[in-house]
Design a protein around this ligand. Structure first.
Ligand code: G1P
Length: 289
């Protein structure tokens, strides 16, 4: 499967990060000197994806501005010789062909993906959840695309999570096939303890065939009264049309306060602009704690 298109659902209300998300989209919260959505887009681009659709809502215009040109700022920077800064401003706008569509009502992740159906058309596509920032040697979505290509099925990115946390994710009924590839038979969103299949959960990365759209279209609301992507994927899994990849990489849940802080610290430690300084600062601080 040659994956050219990616959908990034980014229309959630960000309630886990209030009050800041009252006015700032959670995808625009900075992980150091760039917002989390920047990392998501860069991952898709690194996997060779050219066309990206970000599903937003009426409170998220800042994301559109971030991926647009800013002629006034660029001109000002160039006038004072700050060519590298001007190039950085342009870089974010030239990363990919990025378009936006609004999810007019917050009806759930499955609905947000369904909103992307006209953009996707009749070809396989990637889905990257904006909260899940991945740092990996090989882009995680690329790892999935390789398996989807070999197997010719929709493929989801999984890792094991502590059993005590599985209720925050989805839980998959899987069987190991080879290497890091699994067959998926079923799955359940936000399982209660007696519904848990395993501690394998999907962590925000999917390569899907357009078969998902008619399923989403006919889905009734699931967990939390929302149209759940997991419920539609379960239909594909029960048909035998799904694989999972235990991907390599570190995942940060930037939609939670702890995960957000972890990502800010760890990503800044590897940022050449401030990494060395931050390391000595943390060491000195740890001695006082
Ligand atoms: C969503 C998905 C869930 C998945 C999780 C990964 O949940 O619905 O299946 O395991 O992302 O981050 P949410 O984080 O929106 O509650």
């Amino acid at each position: 499967m040659n994956i050219r298109k990616a959908v990034i659902p980014a229309a959630g209300l960000g309630t886990r990060m209030l009050p800041v998300t009252k006015t700032i989209p959670k995808e625009m919260l900075p992980l150091g000197d760039r917002p989390s959505i920047h990392y998501i887009v860069e991952e898709a681009v690194a996997a060779g994806i050219e066309d990206i659709l970000i599903v937003t809502n009426r409170a998220k215009d800042a994301m559109e501005d971030y991926f647009d040109y800013h002629p006034e700022l660029e001109e000002r920077l160039l006038r004072v010789g700050k060519t590298e800064d001007a190039a950085l401003v342009r870089y974010t706008a030239d990363l990919a062909n990025i378009t936006f569509v609004r999810q007019k009502e917050t009806l759930g992740l499955g609905h947000a993906v369904w909103v992307a159906r006209h953009f996707v058309g009749d070809e396989p596509f990637a889905v990257l959840l904006a909260d899940d920032v991945m740092i990996a040697e090989r882009p995680v979505i690329g790892q999935l695309a390789e398996v989807a290509d070999e197997e010719n099925f929709s493929t989801v990115g999984v890792q094991t999570v502590p059993l005590s946390h599985i209720g925050l994710y989805c839980s998959l009924d899987v069987e190991h096939m080879h290497d890091n590839v699994f067959n998926v038979f079923d799955m359940v969103e936000k399982p209660k303890p007696d519904e848990v299949f395993s501690n394998y959960a999907i962590l925000g990365r999917y390569v899907l065939t357009p078969d998902i759209f008619p399923i989403l279209e006919n889905l009734t609301p699931g967990y939390g009264g929302e149209i759940q992507l997991t419920d539609a994927l379960a239909v594909l899994a029960r048909r035998g049309d799904m694989r999972a990849v235990a991907f390599e990489g570190t995942r940060y849940d930037t939609g939670s306060l702890e995960g957000y802080l972890q990502s800010v610290i760890e990503l800044s430690l590897s940022n050449p602009k401030c990494g060395d300084w931050l390391k000595s600062y943390i060491k000195a601080l740890a001695e006082q704690l």
